[in-house]
Design a protein around this ligand. Structure first.
Ligand code: AMP
Length: 446
């Protein structure tokens, strides 16, 4: 099925052709006609399915046919990285249209963002916390909104953004079209759709919550202290050309980057201790191939949209299966294939088993050629796992007892979530910051 048959604006079709897409992905095929019919939509789709274009293409198409003053479309997304990625998509697809876009997120100066609101960009892409901070007293800016998109709604729910979203939605006209995207459809998510949407149509792509089928998954069962050595060993393989490594903490990310650096492997890091500019630079260097490895924490990596990631390495296995699904969705994007390699220590086995129960699929256990899984580790570092390695024949501690205390000692929150969940001043952080905001028109070549 060609893009042409979907009923999109000619200028959008031209931009899509220039982007190199030959045919719509399944979510695009299903969702675009629904959006163009002006229906509310629930899209259940993982990242990597082409969901961003599924909502941006029809919205831009409709904005193009009925120019008007003021903000007409609002996209709300959980993190600034995702906001920037959506903006890049929008800019590419709208390059032949005289539309304006603005982004709003924490961690950078408010001034240009306020100006953007007051000038009334056609389309605003925002994180909920900062948007709520600056909208007070400027509620009128939202009086003409025709389209609202809530992207990665399941993640926004996890991050505690629902109250902020409720307040934002209250400021919008009731008569609007709402599009709601989520990787998973839980009961809580269903409740939210009832709250924000009117007679929606649902489009669901793939099995619920199952990792993308284009990704080959494997697990290395390994002692925590050998993880750095295994990573360096695996990176001897030149096929690992563009590697995204996930760690539980920002300090862990920095430690790995230092190790890679010592081994002469180029890398960058993105996590919440790094400024917006540092993160964007790290992301761009990775995208352009200047660095081979990008080390990231979960939250900072939300919405990373980089084509050609060959491998995702779960250096620390995520306690929540949703994070696993999101992480591995960074490779095998659209129609490409990718590999997800997980390092699982004894403490992380329960999380792995939880994932396997959830997806009803086992992940194959593998061993790297030429790697000794029983070797003594390098000198111990602070913050690592201090548990002694289990010797052959050693009796296991009964299940269920030690894990909680262990997790707390290792610095996680008592509920098992990673600590650095808050970024870009959202929520609950002051929004004073450095760097620049964005407000600019389309049509300008970069
Ligand atoms: P998303 O799920 O929106 O994060 O998109 C995943 C990736 O698929 C992005 O790198 C897009 O550029 C790419 N993509 C989106 N639509 C298409 C398409 N129709 N054909 C090929 N690639 C696409």
């Amino acid at each position: 099925m060609p893009f042409r048959s979907l009923g999109l604006h000619e200028a959008i079709l031209q931009a899509v052709r220039e982007t190199g897409y030959t045919e719509p992905t399944p979510i695009q095929k299903e969702a675009i006609p629904v959006v163009l019919r002006r229906k509310d939509l629930i899209g259940i789709a993982q990242t990597g399915t082409g969901k961003t274009a599924a909502f941006t293409l029809p919205i831009l198409s409709m904005l193009a046919t009925a120019p008007a003053n003021g903000i007409r479309a609002l996209v709300v997304a959980p993190t600034r990285e995702l906001v920037v990625q959506i903006e890049e998509n929008v800019r590419a697809y709208a390059r032949h249209l005289p539309l304006t876009v603005a982004t709003i997120f924490g961690g950078v100066s408010e001034k240009p963002q306020i100006k953007a609101l007051e000038h009334g960009a056609d389309l605003v892409i925002a994180t909920p916390g900062r948007l709520l901070d600056i909208i007070r007293g400027r509620e009128k800016a939202f009086a003409h909104i025709e389209f609202l998109v809530l992207d990665e709604a399941d993640r926004m729910l996890d991050m505690g953004f629902v109250p902020a979203i409720r307040q934002i939605v209250k400021l919008l006209p009731r008569k609007r079209q709402t599009l709601f995207f989520s990787a998973t459809l839980s009961r809580e998510i269903e409740k939210l759709t009832g709250e924000f949407l009117t007679e929606p149509e649902t489009v669901e792509i793939g099995r619920r919550s199952n990792p993308a089928d284009t990704v080959t998954q494997s697990v290395h069962e390994i002692s925590q202290h050998l993880k750095p050595t295994l990573l360096l060993h695996l990176l001897q393989d030149p096929r690992m050309a563009m590697v995204l490594v996930f760690t539980r903490t920002k300090h862990g990310a920095d430690r790995i980057a230092r190790k890679l650096d010592q081994a002469g492997i180029s890398s960058g890091t993105i996590h919440s201790n790094r400024s917006q500019n540092q993160r964007l630079r790290a992301l761009n260097e990775f995208r352009e191939g200047k660095t081979r490895v990008l080390v990231a924490t979960d939250i900072a990596a939300r919405g990373i949209d980089v084509d050609g990631i060959t491998h995702v390495v779960n250096y620390d296995f995520p306690p929540h299966h949703e994070d696993y699904v999101h992480r591995i969705g960074r490779t095998g994007r659209a129609k490409a294939v990718g590999e997800a390699i997980s390092f699982v220590s004894r403490e992380e086995e329960d999380s792995l088993r939880g994932l396997e129960r959830f997806t009803r699929r086992g992940v194959p256990r593998v061993k790297a050629d030429g790697f000794d899984y029983n070797q003594p580790g390098p000198a111990r570092e602070s913050g690592g796992n201090r548990r002694p390695v289990r010797k052959p024949g050693e009796v296991r501690v009964p299940k269920g007892e030690p894990n909680h205390g262990q997790r707390r000692r290792r610095g996680g929150r008592p509920d098992g979530k990673p600590r650095d969940v808050s970024m870009s001043g959202e929520p609950g952080k002051g929004s004073a910051g450095k760097g620049i905001g964005r407000f600019s028109g389309f049509g300008r070549k970069k």
